[in-house]
Design a protein around this ligand. Structure first.
Ligand SMILES: NC(=O)c1ccc[n+]([C@@H]2O[C@H](COP(=O)([O-])OP(=O)(O)OC[C@H]3O[C@@H](n4cnc5c(N)ncnc54)[C@H](O)[C@@H]3O)[C@@H](O)[C@H]2O)c1
Length: 358
C-alpha cells in the first residue's frame, strides 16, 4: 500500500493507494475518529458494480451504513440534487460526527463534498474515487462544488476530506475514454512539476493506459504527491495552486463552447495543454524540443491534440468569461521547460489568436 500525506495542519489527511482497498475500507475507517453511522453517496452504476463490496467492508467493521443514490451525470451536479441529499440525511438522522462517503467519479466527489461542507455546517467525509481522473485530481485538495445554470462549479466550498481511499481495481470497469481523461491530468503533473516523472510517462504510456498495476500505482502516487504538495502550499488557490490549471484555460473555453458535450474534461485539457505549450514556444519561453515532447506524449496517449472547427473569436470571448480571469486579464499557465511552469497575465491577444489559428 502506498500512502501520501496532504499536510494541512489539523486538517491533514492521508491518501491510501492499493489494489483491493475497498475490502479494507471498513477497518481503516475505524482508525479515523468519526461516528458509527455512515451515508455513502453514489450513483446507480457504481452502486451496482461495487456497492456490495463497500457495504460488506463497512458493516463488517461495525458501521451502520445507508446508501443514497443520485442520478449519473454532470447535469445532476446541482443544488437541487444536493437538496435531495440533505432531505435523505435528515430522514436518516445523520448527526454532526456522522461521516459521508463520496463513492464514484468527480461528479459524486464534488457534490458529496459540497453536501458534507454544508450539512449541519460541516460533517466529516471520505473520498473513495472510482475514476482515474478523480483518483489523481478531484478527490484531493478539498475543492467541492455544484454547478449553476450559468456556469460550472460556481457554488462551492473549500472543505477537506478526512481520508482518500484509492482502489485501483475499480478502474477495471472504467471505459477507456475515461481512463484517458485521467491520463491527461497525470501528464499535466509531469509538465508542471517533475521532468523525471514526465520521462517515466514517455516510456510507459501504453502500459499505463492498459492499467499495468505497477505503472498505475506509481503514476497515481506521483500525481497525488504533486497535487498534495501544491495544495499544502496554497490551499485556497491564491498563488501556486493556479499551476494545477495548466491546460485548463483554453480547455474550459473549448468545453463551454461545445456545451460540455463534444469533449470530456480530460480531452479538453489535453487540447488546452497543447495550446499552452504552443503559446510557450511562440513567446520564446520553452524550447522546440520540450514543445514536441509534450505534443508527442499527448498524441501517443491517444488524446486529442487539436480542435479543427472552432471560431477563434468565440474562444477568446469565452476565455474572458472564465473564472481564471483576474482584473480583466486572462491568466495562462505557460511552460518554461518540462517540469517548470509560470503564471502569466500579459499574453497579447495577437499572440493568443496566432496560436489558436495555427
Ligand atoms: N474538485 C476538483 O478539484 C475537481 C478537479 C477536476 C474535476 N472535477 C470535477 O469532476 C467531474 C468529472 O469527474 P469524472 O471525470 O470522474 O466524471 P464522472 O464522475 O462523471 O464519471 C464519469 C463516468 O464514469 C462512471 N464511472 C465512475 N467510476 C466508474 C468505474 N469504476 N467503472 C465504470 N464506470 C465508472 C460514472 O458513473 C460516469 O458515468 C466534473 O464535474 C469536474 O468539474 C473536480
Amino acid at each position: 500500500m502506498e500512502v501520501v500525506n496532504v499536510g494541512l495542519g489539523e486538517r491533514s489527511y492521508s491518501i491510501y493507494i492499493d489494489k483491493g482497498l475497498l475490502l479494507e475500507c471498513g477497518n481503516r475507517l475505524k482508525n479515523i475518529k468519526t461516528g458509527r453511522k455512515i451515508v455513502v453517496i453514489t450513483n446507480p452504476l457504481i452502486n451496482k458494480l461495487y456497492g456490495d463490496a463497500l457495504k460488506n467492508s463497512l458493516t463488517g467493521a461495525g458501521f451502520n451504513v445507508n446508501f443514497v443514490e443520485i442520478p449519473d451525470g454532470e447535469e445532476y451536479k446541482t443544488i437541487k440534487t444536493a437538496a435531495g441529499i440533505y432531505d435523505r440525511l435528515i430522514d436518516i438522522k445523520m448527526e454532526r460526527e456522522s461521516p459521508l462517503i463520496a463513492f464514484g467519479g468527480g461528479v459524486i466527489g464534488d457534490i458529496a463534498g459540497f453536501v458534507a461542507a454544508t450539512y449541519l455546517r460541516g460533517v466529516p467525509y471520505i473520498q473513495i474515487p472510482t475514476t482515474l481522473l478523480a483518483q489523481v485530481d478531484s478527490s484531493i485538495g478539498g475543492k467541492t462544488a455544484v454547478n449553476h445554470p450559468r456556469g460550472k462549479n460556481l457554488i462551492g466550498a473549500f472543505y477537506q476530506p478526512k481520508a482518500v481511499f484509492i482502489d485501483i481495481d475499480t478502474l477495471k470497469t472504467l471505459p477507456k475514454e475515461e481512463i484517458l481523461c485521467g491520463v491527461a491530468e497525470i501528464i499535466k503533473y509531469g509538465i508542471i512539476k517533475d521532468e523525471g516523472f514526465f520521462e517515466y510517462l514517455e516510456g510507459n504510456i501504453k502500459r499505463l493506459i492498459n492499467l499495468d498495476e505497477d505503472i498505475l500505482i506509481y503514476s497515481i502516487k506521483r500525481a497525488c504527491e504533486i497535487k498534495a504538495y501544491v495544495v499544502a502550499k496554497d490551499e485556497r488557490e491564491s498563488g501556486l495552486r493556479t499551476i494545477l490549471n495548466f491546460g485548463h484555460t483554453i480547455g474550459h473555453a473549448i468545453e463551454s463552447l461545445t456545451d460540455y458535450k463534444r469533449y470530456r474534461h480530460g480531452e479538453a485539457v489535453a487540447i488546452g495543454m497543447v495550446y499552452a505549450v504552443k503559446m510557450s514556444l511562440e513567446s520564446g519561453l520553452c524550447s522546440n524540443k520540450d514543445y514536441e515532447r509534450v505534443v508527442n506524449l499527448i498524441k501517443n496517449a491517444g488524446l486529442p491534440a487539436v480542435i479543427a472547427d472552432l471560431d477563434v473569436s468565440n474562444i477568446i470571448n469565452s476565455l474572458s468569461l472564465d473564472k481564471k480571469v483576474k482584473e480583466e486579464k486572462i491568466r495562462f499557465i505557460l511552460m518554461r521547460k518540462i517540469g517548470s511552469v509560470e503564471i502569466r497575465s500579459d499574453i497579447a491577444q495577437g499572440l493568443i489568436k496566432k496560436v489558436l489559428i495555427n
